[in-house]
Design a protein around this ligand. Structure first.
Ligand code: KG4
Ligand code: ZN
Length: 373
């Protein structure tokens, strides 16, 4: 493709530590994943109902070297055989990002290898170009650009117009919660616990998606998203309309009053409403921008109903769909190494080791169009 690397033996080690996953992976120049190791910290944060930044940074420190060693050994390579080292440097929790970025910079410096500072959102966007181990030679790609890009994760909900894999314009984003964050909060309201997205998807199986109607939010920009209305409507349905406001609000009942059937129906209805909003924004973007292909990524794309809906959307609109395997939708390091491969194939030589870690994605800043790195 359009920027997909071809030199198989050019191996890049990627490191990801932006939130609560410590990950390392080796990806070759044909975008084949030679190894991908992810150490999750879900158990450490579960009792707090969310990620505690200080606990996350300390856990990354303990895990980073064993995880990198495992990724190298599963790919059967040594640091000296690598072509480059890459790390996610933004966006994310600063303490967490620093652990992975510093490890990657140290390895690159010690072995005198190029270092690629990767934007996590851009890495999600192109994760669908990764190929499973042993996939053979990549097919000759048809021209996929201009394209639309969609990232739906716990921290991001962004819509892009892509001129090429390296030029990308932010055209829509959430004005409140990210889609994954809304799934997580809806799961808490339904009493489903952590991790919210997968639990809600499981609960929705067998539920009636038409049991509760959620209106599509109409915003100033038809390309922007809003999830907070869905969340509030669900909360009132489960617990009744509150008396009082904020922390002093008291509800008529709690989620324990739900029957199992009603819980399933509400989960299925919420899931359907979130997916309907995604499809509505894609329709609006498709009406404005020439679209040969849709690139999607981010944890929520692991959701089977959303995947089926995206396949349907692409075939109705006669465009290609680049969709990652579920393991490469949620946070992982193969997407970091993969994005570095795309940039290397486009002729980029890497970034200085002085590149800082930052809490916000360059892509979220909305200058038009931005280079993706
Ligand atoms: O991409 P990711 O691992 O981290 C961020 O960059 O945010 O996304 C995590 C998000 C969480 O909100 C999680 O609930 C959601 O992706 N998620 C899902 C599913 N699997 C993960 N949401 C809906 N259905 C799923 N199967
Ligand atoms: Zn992510």
């Amino acid at each position: 493709m359009d920027g997909v690397p071809v030199h198989r033996n050019q191996l890049i080690l990627g490191i990801e530590s932006s939130c609560d996953e410590t990950a390392a992976a080796v990806v070759d120049g044909a975008m084949e994943v030679r190894s991908s190791v992810v150490a999750s910290q879900h158990d450490l944060h579960a009792e707090y109902g969310g990620v505690v930044p200080e606990i996350a940074s300390r856990a990354h420190l303990e895990r980073i070297l064993p995880v990198v060693r495992k990724a190298l050994s599963e790919a059967d390579v040594s640091v000296g055989q690598l072509a480059a080292v890459a790390a996610g440097v933004r966006p994310g929790l600063i303490g967490s990002l620093l652990v992975g970025a510093s490890a990657a910079k140290g390895l690159a410096f010690g072995a005198m290898l190029p270092f690629y500072a990767v934007d996590h959102v851009a890495a999600h966007l192109f994760a669908g170009l990764l190929r499973p181990t042993g996939a053979g030679e990549p097919p000759a790609g048809a021209d996929r650009f201009p394209a639309l890009g969609l990232v739906v994760s716990g921290g991001h909900t962004s819509l892009f117009h892509l001129e090429t894999s390296g030029r990308c314009e932010l055209i829509g984003r959430t004005i409140d919660d990210a889609v994954g964050e809304a799934f997580d909060k809806a799961a808490v309201m339904l009493g489903l616990g952590h991790p919210g997205g997968p639990n809600l998807e499981r609960c929705a199986r067998g539920g009636d998606p038409g049991a509760m109607a959620f209106p599509l939010p109409r915003l100033a920009s038809p390309l922007d998203f809003s999830l907070s209305g869905l969340k509030t409507k669900l909360l009132y349905e489960i617990r009744g309309v509150p008396r009082g406001r904020g922390a002093a609000a008291s509800f008529e009942r709690d989620h324990l009053a739900l029957t199992e059937g009603r819980r399933r129906d509400l989960a299925a209805s919420f899931q359907r409403a979130a997916i309907a909003q995604v499809l509505d924004r894609l329709d609006a973007a498709r009406a404005r921008f020439e679209t040969r292909c849709l690139f999607v990524g981010g944890g929520v794309v692991a959701n089977e109903s959303l995947r089926a809906a995206l396949h349907g959307w692409a075939s109705r609109n006669g465009c290609g769909l680049v969709l990652p395997e579920a393991a490469f939708c949620v946070d992982n390091a193969a997407m970091i190494a993969g994005h570095a491969q795309i940039r290397r194939a486009a002729g980029e030589r890497g970034d200085p080791l002085s590149v800082p870690t930052e809490p916000v994605s360059l892509l979220a800043r909305g200058a038009h169009p931005r280079r993706v790195h």
